[in-house]
Structures are given as C-alpha cells and as structure tokens.
Design a protein around this ligand. Structure first.
Ligand SMILES: [Zn+2]
Length: 50
C-alpha cells in the first residue's frame, strides 16, 4: 500500500505515513499535534510544473 502524505494543520509540515497507518492517530514529529490518518483520502504531493 502506498504511503500517505499528511499535511499537518498545526505547523504546515508534511508527514509521510505508511499506508498501514490509515485510520490511526499519529503525532506530528514537529509540533506533536494529534493527527488522524485518513482511511481513503490520500493527499497527493503537489508537483510544480518545471
Ligand atoms: Zn505539526
């Protein structure tokens, strides 16, 4: 399963979470906020056009 990219609403940082963590609560390593990993909504990384 693909990794899940979460955008922390508290500090704006990106968290890369293993797909197995979907539906679980994680702590942001930067600001230690509690974040719920979405079950299905995988947020794609934004790839700016070159
Ligand atoms: Zn954070």
């Amino acid at each position: 399963m693909a990794d899940i990219i979460l955008n922390c609403p508290e500090c704006g940082g990106n968290l890369e979470i293993d797909g197995a963590g979907a539906g679980l609560k994680v702590n942001c390593p930067t600001c230690h906020a509690d974040l719920w990993v979405p079950l299905t909504n995988v947020v794609p990384l934004q790839n700016p056009d070159p």
